[in-house]
Design a protein around this ligand. Structure first.
Ligand SMILES: [Zn+2]
Length: 410
């Protein structure tokens, strides 16, 4: 074998096992594997997973706080501030910023990613070209899939429509939308479903941002998902409006979303930062409750979205931090609830992205991340980091534990 990861756990309540790897794939899982390997890694009883999956992130517009006007008062105006900075973005600048953010994600144990990339008259294809190149450069550590979308309108923006079709012809496998920024939101959603059918690609939409439950686009998305036969191929991100619904309205809607085969990505850092700007005190959280959605059968994932830009002026690429933040916002404390949040960074996210070869199973690519914890709940509660990561059986990350240096005792 090429690699054996010894003494690791696949779940918190199962005995330790070894994972054997040959030619980039998992070939054996079991206790005390009797085999020789070129490399042996002792996981010390820590938990293994197939890596974290980032289902929704904007690499090309990360790290631009210095290029944007400062926030003025309670109105965030993030869209206008980012839009104004886009014309001046140069390919080298985009690549350097996107690379820095991507490396933070890899350092935090992410092995799969869907990057949202916008195309329009202002940024043209510069963001797309940069992320596409980055995907090639970092294929040793992470699989990056691009979702192309129109941030600045589509029904009123033929340039965006033309550029989206151009990158879909170039092989991009997912198409998105931002109907809140279109004069005809329903028209934009229809256009995107038509593009998905024409190019046979997945759909991943920015949807239902807002402080009230008025005009919920999710109804139209569920209807179209069924009409087009696109169940299990549609995801929606944000869904802040779900957070203002009382349980008697939320639960039937959540069951409708689940039945249609639409998955939901909650982006707690952005949603918490952007929502409730109409209030001066007792500011509502504006973050959808993933525990209730999951209870109603919705496939939920948690992701990073924006990093160090006007939509979210923070970020370290840690998905575990997103799960911890979500737990805090949704007031979740039971071990099973925290473990469910970890699944929203791993198995559920892979399901949302339709990644059939994800997971620690014989035959799958040997993407193995050792987390410094004995259980998924501990990872989320204590923000436990990865100790090591392997992509297709090759070591990509070492993250040694900190060492304390107490004064010497005599
Ligand atoms: Zn987004």
């Amino acid at each position: 074998m090429d690699l054996i990861v010894r003494n690791t756990r696949l779940a918190c309540d199962t005995p330790p096992v070894d994972i054997g790897v040959a030619a980039g794939r998992i070939v054996a899982i079991g206790p005390n594997l009797h085999a020789e390997a070129r490399e042996v890694f002792d996981a010390g009883g820590c938990l293994a997973c197939a890596g974290l999956c980032e289902t929704h992130i904007h690499l090309e517009k990360s790290r631009i706080m210095a290029q944007c006007a400062a926030e003025d008062g309670r109105a965030a105006n993030a869209m206008a501030r980012v839009s104004a900075a886009k014309l001046a973005m140069r390919p080298e600048d985009i690549a350097a910023r996107a690379r820095a953010t991507l490396e933070r994600c890899i350092e935090n144990g992410t092995t799969r990613m869907r990057a949202q990339v916008e195309v329009d008259a202002k940024i043209g294809l510069r963001g797309y070209e940069a992320v596409k190149q980055l995907a090639r450069d970092y294929a040793w550590a992470i699989d990056i899939e691009i979702c192309v979308f129109p941030q600045e309108g589509l029904t009123n923006n033929p340039r965006s429509a033309a550029l989206m079709r151009e990158v879909l012809r170039d092989g991009v496998r997912a198409v998105g939308a931002a109907p809140d920024f279109d004069p005809d939101p329903a028209g934009q959603i229809r256009m995107v479903f038509d593009m998905a059918r024409e190019f046979d690609v997945e759909i991943d939409l920015h949807l239902d941002n807002g402080n009230t439950a008025e005009r919920m686009d999710i109804i139209q998305v569920c209807d179209l998902t069924e009409q087009y036969g696109w169940g299990e191929r549609v995801a929606v991100g944000h869904m802040c409006k779900l957070s203002v619904l009382p349980p008697e309205a939320l639960r039937p809607l959540a069951r409708r979303i689940a039945d249609a085969g639409v998955a939901v990505t909650v982006l707690p850092a952005t949603d918490l930062f952007m929502m409730g700007r109409d209030q001066t005190h007792s500011v509502r959280r504006g973050v959808a409750d993933v525990a209730v959605l999951a209870e109603c059968g919705v496939c939920c994932s948690l992701s990073t979205n924006n990093v160090l830009n006007p939509f979210t002026p923070y970020g370290d690429g840690s998905l575990v931090r997103m799960a911890n933040l979500q737990a805090n916002i949704n007031q979740l404390s039971r071990d099973e609830d925290l473990a469910a949040l970890f699944a929203m960074l791993t198995d559920n996210s892979a399901r949302l992205m339709n990644l059939p070869d994800y997971g620690l199973k014989i035959g799958n690519p040997a993407d193995i991340v050792i987390m410094d914890a004995s259980s998924p709940a501990q990872i989320v509660a204590e923000l436990r980091p990865p100790l090591a990561a392997f992509k297709r059986g090759v070591r990509t990350l070492s993250r040694p534990r900190p060492i304390l240096h107490p004064p010497e005792t005599v």
